[in-house]
Structures are given as C-alpha cells and as structure tokens.
Write a protein that binds this ligand. Structure first.
Ligand code: ADP
Ligand code: MG
Length: 818
C-alpha cells in the first residue's frame, strides 16, 4: 500500500485565484497517489476574524471589516468554479457569514465570551478556505471531499491552551479519512485553530500525517523552505537543504515563522519527513526535515529571532540557593500558562524571558512573594541553531565578537545543544541578525585574500597537469569555503566544452558535476575541500608543494587531464563529480548520492592519495567519546573523593592493553586517543574527564563496540559519534593493489555504481605542513586514470563490491595486498 502524503497550503499559497490554481497543480504533481490536503485560511483572514471578534466586545458592527475578505473568496469561486458550483459555494459562505453574525452578537452581549468562542469565530476562516479548495480541486477533475478537521483532531477543551489527545486523534483520523482514501478520494481539511491562531494548520497537517503514517508532510508556503535567516531582514538568506527535527523545532520555536513550533513533535514521534516548499516555485527542492542531521562543523545553519519579548528578573539573595525556590518560581508561570523561553541564573537572581504578557501583572504580583521583581519589556530573543554547535567550541566567541558593541542581556546554551540563545534590545535585533548572518553564514562571499588565477585552458592545447595542479592549489578551499574553487572549475571545464552544473550541498557550498553531454557510465570523483591552513603552491623542479597537493588538488588536476585524454580518444560517457566537505562530514558526497544521474552510472573512481595503487579495501571508522565523572574534592585529601581523570586513565590503560580484532584482508584494528580533557585545577579532584577515541575498523563495528563496552563497563559513559564500516572495493587485473586505513567519501557514493579508489600522492604527506607530490607521480596518476577507465569499459573488472547490501564478493587478489 502506498502511504498518503499530506499537502498543506499556508495562507499565502491560497490567497487568490492564481494561488488556488497553483495549489491544484501541486496536488497533482507532488501529492502522490493518496494526497491529503490541509489548508489554512486565506492570508489575512484569521487575523481579521480575531480582530473582528475583539471589536465585537465593543458592540461595533464587527463583520463590516470582513467584507473585503469575503469578496476575495467569492472572486476565487467565480473565477475557478462553474457557475453552478460557484453559486453552491457562495451559499456556504452566506451560511458562514450568518453564523459569524450570530457569534458576534453573542460576544457583544457578553453571553459567553470565553476563548472557545473566539476559536470558533476564527475557525470559519479555515472552514471557508477548505470548502473552497475542495470545490476548486473538484473543478480540476479531482474527487475531493471536504472534511471538518474537528472530526479528526480531538483536543482537551482548555481554550486557548487546548491540547490534542493523540490516541483519539489517531483513531478518529484513520476512521474519517481511511475510507475516503481507499476509494480514491482526496480529503481536504482546514487547520484546527484552537492550538494556535496563525500556523495551527502546520500543526494540524503534522497531526493528520502522524495519524495516517504519511510518507511525507509537505508545508507549502511563499519561500523556498527554511532559510538561514528571516528573509525580511536578511536579503542574503538562503535555503537550508536539510535540517534535523531538533534544529527545525528550535528555529520554529525561536521565531522562524515559516514553520509553526508545534509541527515538529508529531512528525518526529512518527518519524515522518517534513518538507517545506515554495508554492510559487514548486520545483525548488526546499528544506527537508528528518531525524538525521547534517553536521556542518565550525558553522551554524540558521539564525532565528523573536521580537516583543519581556524579561522578568527575580532577585533574592536569601532564597535562590534554597531548595524548591526555582520550582516555586516556575510554578507561577505554569499556573498562568505562560511559557518561559530563556532562563539564566546568577548567585542572586534569576532572569527569564517570556513572549506572552497577558498574565504578566498577576505573575509579577505573585513573584514579589519570592523576591524583588524587575520587568524589562521591548527585548528580542536571537537563537543560533546548528547540530554543529554540539561539537564545536569557539562559536560562541565568534558570535559575541561580531556583536561586541551590542548589549547582550541573557545567554543560554539550549539543553538540546543545538542552539545558542540570547536576548538583546528589540531596537537592535535587526542589526544583530544581519551581522551574525554575515559573520557566520556568508563566509564564502568574503573576498579571498589570494587572487584567483585567470589562466584558462586553450581549446586544443594539451593540458599540463602540473600547471593545473598549481593553479588549483593557489585557490584556497578549506572545508566550508569551497565556492571559489567550484566556480573556477566550472568556468575552466565549461571552456573545455563540458556541461557543468553547480548544486549547493549546503548553503554557499556547491558540488560540481560535469559531463560531456552523454550519460556518464564512469565518473571520476574527488573532493574540493582541504584541511587548514591554506598553503600556496611551490615548484622545486621535482615536487609540487602546497595545501592539497596530494589530498584534493593534485588529484583534481590528474582527473581532469585524464578526462581530456579519454575525450580526445572519443570516449564521451564520462562524468566529473567534485564534492565539498570530504574533510569534515561528507555532506557533499551524501548530497551527490541523491543526484538523479547517479543511477545511470556504472563505476565511480574516487581519487584519494593511494600512491597510485588501486585500493581494494578501506578500513572502517568508529569515533567515540568516553566521559568519566568523579566526586570532586580537595586534592590534599584524595581518599575523600574520586578523580574522574584517574578513572579515565585506568580505562585508557585497559583499552591500550587490549587485543583488538585482526582481519586477514583488512589487517589490524587500530585506535587513537585523539583528545583528552578534564579537570579544573591542580588542587581539585577532577569531577569530569573525557577522551575522544578513533578506531580504524577491520570487522563489523559491533565486534569493537562490544569489546569497548565490556572493557569500559560502568566506569564511563560512551557516546558514539560516527561509524563507517570497513569496505571492500572493486579490483582490476594489472593494477598494484593495497588496503588503506583511512575513510573516504566512497562509503557515501553507493548510488554511483561500483566504487574504485585510486590516486597519486601519499596520505602520509596529506594534512602536513610540507604536503607535496612528485611531478612524475602526478603524471603517472593521469596515465592510471586513463588506463583504469579504459579497462572498465572493456569489461575487465574483476569484482563488484556492493557497499549497500554488505554482500561483498572476495576481492581480486592477484599480486596480493600491500
Ligand atoms: P504560510 O502562510 O505559508 O503559513 P507564513 O507567513 O506562516 O506562511 O511563513 C512564511 C514566512 O515566514 C516567509 O514569507 C518569511 O517571511 C517568514 N520567515 C521568517 N523566518 C524565516 C526563515 N528562517 N525561513 C523562511 N521564512 C521565514
Ligand atoms: Mg505559517
């Protein structure tokens, strides 16, 4: 059975007839076989309804202000529906107007003016949009069916804080929508408003999607996904291709209006991907939110902000440290249904930020019993989000450096570890967001200090691999800053006659894919990025030196020259794939793996410095952090406490003494203790200590994991950071072979066909300050790439590893393994 796709349209995606038209097209093109449509009120409608409900209190003719909005609905009906259908729908509208008049009257009379009544008032906006949408879809030939969202979504009735009852919602939604879907009808629902006036339909879509185990929840809006900042403030904001649920939730909560904050939870619980798309540009990829996070180390993904925040400070020298004080404090906020966003404590005070201030006078009155209270209105929260924050010290310093002349009021590193949040004066928030975006997310736009060489290949003239390698080395491309080299190569290859496409794997970090025009059967692939620092090129006659000489740039040059030789021989089914971020998290390779041309390709030759040998195996990798805790205490009395550092050293000694697995093919498991940290003073028993380990695997990861866990036992916590299993690669008669200990992008390029790994240069040189490659070896690399492609095409391939299934045939062994 195919699972449904929930297609949700926001107010701006159904604002007028043209928008409704587009929405119909999107249901057809993106809704799959079983679409479920959720639609918001037309843009402006919910706010207008709530305003009308508010004025109804004063007895004014509340509905007059709504007439232009009703008229907008009528126009859509007249333009897109048949005369008969339009008349039918306008009767529906009249019924709504009648019932709104009735409600307004009740509000005016003060009969029962609870929040439930306001919710009911506002719900008409969603109801009208959904019945209209259903009629429009029917006019386009769909079998659409309006369903009242309240028949599916069941909530508690504590307005305005109604909470959905999940189990019941699930049963009801399946019961209401299942039968319609089974007979090929498209349910069309409005959002449910009780939870949140604006944006409640995002949440409704998520609840419906979760209830139906949808394969995807699509949020269609007026921007291409979640952007790196609010586009109304930062013109340079760009789409973030992928977010984790945690990141998306933080961004939504802290003001990225594009997604309602409650949307993520139901989707995350049910493991359903959420896609945010642009209804004005339906083919833009937008943002995909899933459990998996792309980690962009040393950088952040987005900056959200929320205005109109109030800070409440409670000072109490006497009580603060006392048991129960904080609970009493939070109790006050909870009783008044007021959420607290950011909290910071000092020795004598607690500061909290709140958005909702309706209950503030009562809250302040109650807080006065706990201490001295100060209220500071007109503040704004700024929230910097990225899974990379977890692992990257130093970002906070960069953040506060960029705004060092601005007064920062409250700082908190979120418990989720994916955000850094602080409060500034509302008047300064635009400046803060703009500056932080420039400092953290526009790095690739900063001018590079090194001039990019202008030399172009001359058509027809043979390329000089050494000269090209030097040109490439001289363009800095440290991970994160690959845009300049990608642009250079795009121009260079275009001049040679290739068809070149750049596609962002992360904002401002493009992968490059070039073909001759024909569908590629073999792709030569390596990475654009290098480790820091940048080192310019140098030619001493025998060697070319500089950053990336072995690891990236030399290989790029060798592959391009080889491709030119093959093309000159008439071999056109060749592609060049150059990816970002290999040195960090392989973002580029993972994005490239989703490339639509990947499945057409049979072989991918990945270039890494293997000393011109064909690598038939790569060891795997396992990174883990060990964390020990001690009890602290004065170091003069070590017997009275336990030191976390002592504990850690015992474990590390045991790990070093252990015998780790050895494999006939891959060799020995090795491990490195890369980082050790802990303690605060020489005269204090350390209460925390940690070590980061990196294993090179030759067996299934579980073998090492179990052994590690047995040795560590309950002496430390183990956090696994990443795992790559060992891989067997494709062999080829006539090539010298080896097994390499390092991991590469190969593991992430499974869709591109059988993987091969070969390149000039030595990994022992790579990443060093004296990185260099012999010119003869570079030229040899060109010959080998040409030969390897020719052999593959001639069908000499001896094994085809399948990295995905793990069913690996024995590698080709003639000549043995090095
Ligand atoms: P809809 O009517 O489709 O629900 P919303 O108005 O609720 O649309 O949300 C879309 C708007 O959110 C965008 O037009 C944009 O101005 C604003 N926005 C604020 N922050 C962001 C962000 N980080 N990414 C994208 N849009 C944002
Ligand atoms: Mg919205």
């Amino acid at each position: 059975m195919t699972y449904p796709i929930v297609v949700k349209f926001g107010g701006t995606s159904v604002q007028d007839a043209a928008a409704f038209e587009r929405a119909g097209g999107i249901v057809r093109s993106h809704g799959g076989a079983r679409p479920v449509v959720v639609v918001s009120a037309l843009s402006g409608m919910t706010d207008a309804l709530l305003a009308a409900a508010a004025t109804a209190h004063d007895g004014t003719a509340a509905l007059d202000s709504l007439e232009p909005l009703f008229e907008r609905h009528r126009q859509v009906a007249r333009q897109l529906l048949s005369t008969a259908a339009a008349t039918t729908w306008c009767t529906e509208l009249d019924r709504s107007i009648h019932s709104l008049t009735d409600l307004a009257g009740r509000i005016t009379r003060g009969a029962d003016t609870g929040p439930a009544l306001h919710d009911e008032f506002a719900a008409h906006g969603e109801h009208l949009a959904a019945t209209l949408c259903s009629a429009v879809l029917e006019a386009r030939g769909f079998r659409a069916r309006y369903v009242d969202a309240r028949r599916c979504i069941v909530t508690t009735d504590e307005h305005p804080a109604a909470v959905p009852l999940l189990a019941e919602t699930r049963t009801r939604t399946q019961g209401e929508l299942g039968p319609l879907l089974d007979v090929g009808e498209i349910p069309v629902l409005g959002g449910y408003v009780a939870a949140a006036a604006n944006g409640g339909s995002d949440y409704s879509a998520a609840l419906i999607g979760a209830s139906l185990s949808a394969s995807e929840i699509q949020i269609w809006t007026d921007v291409s996904g979640v952007l790196t900042a609010d586009p109304r403030i930062v013109r340079a904001a760009r789409t973030i291709p992928r977010l984790s649920y945690a990141e998306a939730a933080e961004l939504a909560y802290f003001g990225a209006k594009v997604l309602h904050p409650r949307t993520i939870q139901p989707a995350m619980d049910a493991g359903i991907p959420v896609r945010i798309c642009n209804s004005h540009a339906p083919d833009d990829p937008g943002t995909l939110v899933t459990a998996e996070a792309d980690i962009w180390p040393e950088t952040v993904k987005a900056i959200a902000h929320k205005r109109g925040i109030t800070i409440v400070q409670v000072a109490s020298a006497r009580m603060l440290g006392a048991y129960g004080f904080l609970r009493a404090l939070f109790d006050v906020f909870e009783r008044h249904h007021t959420a607290v966003d950011v909290v910071a404590t000092s020795e004598v005070s607690v500061s909290l930020s709140v958005e909702e201030t309706a209950a503030l006078p009562q809250i302040v009155a109650e807080l006065r019993r706990l201490g001295e209270v100060r209220v500071e209105p007109r503040r704004a929260v700024v929230c910097i989000v990225g899974e990379g924050l977890r692992a990257t010290p130093g970002i906070a310093a960069r953040v506060f450096d960029a705004i060092r002349d601005i007064n920062v009021l409250l700082v908190s590193q979120g418990a989720s570890q994916v955000n850094l949040t602080f409060v500034v004066n509302d008047a300064e928030v635009g400046e803060v967001v703009t500056r932080l975006h420039a400092a953290l997310l526009e790095r690739d736009r900063a001018p590079t200090s090194v001039a990019i060489p202008a030399a172009r290949p001359r058509a027809g003239a043979p390329l000089d691999v050494c000269q090209l390698a030097r040109q490439l080395i001289d363009i800095p491309s440290i991970s994160g800053e690959e845009a300049a080299i990608a642009r250079f190569l795009a121009e260079y290859l275009t001049d040679l006659g290739y068809r070149v496409a750049l596609a962002d794997a992360a904002p401002g970090r493009p992968n490059l894919f070039a073909t001759t025009g024909a569908a590629p059967r073999v792709v030569l692939c390596t990475h654009l990025d290098t480790v820091p620092p940048f080192i310019g090129s140098h030619d001493d006659g025998e060697f070319i030196a500089g950053r990336g000489a072995c690891d990236s740039k030399g290989i790029l040059a060798a592959q391009i020259v080889a491709a030119e030789r093959l093309r000159a021989d008439g071999f056109a089914e060749l592609g060049l794939l150059y990816v970002v971020d290999e040195e960090m998290g392989s973002l580029g390779a993972r994005a490239a793996n989703a490339h639509p041309r990947a499945r057409e390709c049979r072989y991918v030759i990945v270039g890494e410095p293997t000393e011109n040998k064909l690598a038939v195996g790569c060891k795997g990798s396992l990174r883990a952090t060990l964390r020990c805790s001690g009890t602290g205490g004065h170091s003069a009395y070590p017997e009275r406490g336990t030191s976390a550092i002592d504990g850690l050293l015992h474990i590390l000694t045991d790990l070093r003494a252990a015998t780790w697995p050895v494999d006939d093919f891959f060799g020995a498991t090795t491990f490195n203790i890369g980082i050790i940290g802990g303690g605060t003073r020489t005269n204090v028993l350390a209460s925390e200590a940690k070590a980061d380990l990196h294993f090179r695997l030759v067996t299934d990861v579980d073998v090492v994991r179990h052994q590690l866990e047995d040795i560590v036992a309950d002496r430390a916590e183990i956090e696994y950071l990443s795992v790559t299993p060992p891989m067997r690669l494709t062999g080829m008669p006539g090539f010298q072979q080896c097994v390499v200990g390092f991991t590469t992008d190969v593991a992430h390029l499974g869709h591109w066909g059988a993987p091969l790994l070969l390149g000039p240069g030595s990994m022992l040189e790579a990443h060093t300050a004296h990185e260099r490659i012999a010119k003869a070896e570079l030229a040899g690399g060109v010959d080998l790439y040409v030969e390897l492609v020719r052999s593959l095409i001639a069908g000499h391939v001896s094994t085809a590893a399948n990295a995905r299934t793990g069913k690996l045939p024995m590698p080709f062994t003639r000549g043995g393994t090095a």
